[in-house]
Design a binder for this molecule. Structure first.
Ligand SMILES: C[S@@+](CC[C@H](N)C(=O)[O-])C[C@H]1O[C@@H](n2cnc3c(N)ncnc32)[C@H](O)[C@@H]1O
Length: 258
């Protein structure tokens, strides 16, 4: 579980993949990973997941069901190259306005170019900031989404508290993240794929196996479904539930600010 603990020298430690590092070091190493992979991020997502991330993201948007009539303001945190935000805007018949927030300018630059190319720039905005310290007023958004982002954040509890703060009463929190595989044979296949194939594909496509080794390890350190649901409840959310996708390779958690 990705929990903070006091390290040998009294400072706060967390995990960077399977290594124990200080909080500050985790964020700067995560930032290095995404600066390095930004330009190949989208193609690697398709290769690593066999395109499954698209199906999972589509299911996330279906569960969110953005209004097609009201002008929802949606915040997509750790939004990277904009995949989730673009789907929300399109599902709302271009009524929604999506703010893509990410700590990494290289990922956001790719996202901004994609928004221009897709003709979605008027419905999107790109903000470079930290999920743990959102630069928005309380009660600003109808929905908060985060996909494959929260496991990279050093203090998950702070990110969840910020999510709760910026949502309007009645607002929806949705988090898509890699999770605990709950099917006995699939877990073996998934392990072999993750620890052998993914770093090698990463090396072949980007010349960088280490970044993909981190991605695989960070998935294993993330809390399992029930533990993460408890963290969401602790941040103040109600009616917290989750759905597994593909046997638990990914899970979609939902909560409401009531
Ligand atoms: C695996 S990518 C996910 C991108 C996108 N949501 C998607 O599903 O394709 C993880 C993203 O989390 C961002 N990230 C990491 N730490 C963050 C933080 N503290 N605050 C905001 N974004 C962060 C990274 O820069 C990266 O763009």
């Amino acid at each position: 579980m990705n929990q903070q603990r006091t390290g040998a020298h009294g400072g706060m430690e967390t995990s960077f993949g399977f290594q124990d590092v200080s909080d500050g070091e985790k964020q700067s190493r995560v930032n290095d990973v995404f600066h390095r992979v930004a330009k190949r991020y989208d193609v690697m997502n398709d290769l690593m997941s066999g395109g499954l991330h698209r199906v999972w993201k589509d299911s996330m948007i279906a569960w969110l069901a953005p209004s097609k009539t009201a002008r929802w303001k949606v915040l997509d945190v750790a939004g990277g190259t904009g995949d989730v935000a673009f789907r929300i805007v399109e599902a709302s018949n271009r009524n929604a306005h999506a703010t893509v927030l990410d700590i990494n300018g290289s990922m956001l630059a790719v996202g901004r170019d994609r928004a221009e190319n897709k003709g979605l720039i008027d419905n999107t905005e790109f903000v470079e900031a930290d999920a743990e310290e959102l630069p928005f007023e309380d009660a600003s958004f109808e929905a908060y989404t985060i996909a494959f982002g929260i496991r990279n954040v050093p203090h998950i509890d702070r990110a969840l508290e910020e999510a709760f703060r910026v949502l309007k009463p009645g607002g929806r929190f949705l988090c898509l993240e890699f999770s605990e595989v709950e099917l006995p044979i699939l877990d073996k296949i998934y392990d072999a794929w993750s620890f052998n194939a993914i770093p090698n594909i990463g090396k072949a496509v980007t010349g960088d196996a280490d970044s993909y080794q981190y991605l695989v390890e960070s998935i294993r350190k993330f809390p399992r479904q029930g533990d993460f649901a408890e963290m969401i409840r602790s941040a103040g959310f109600e009616r917290v539930t989750w759905r597994n996708f593909t046997g638990g390779i990914a899970a979609l958690h939902s909560g409401w600010k009531l």
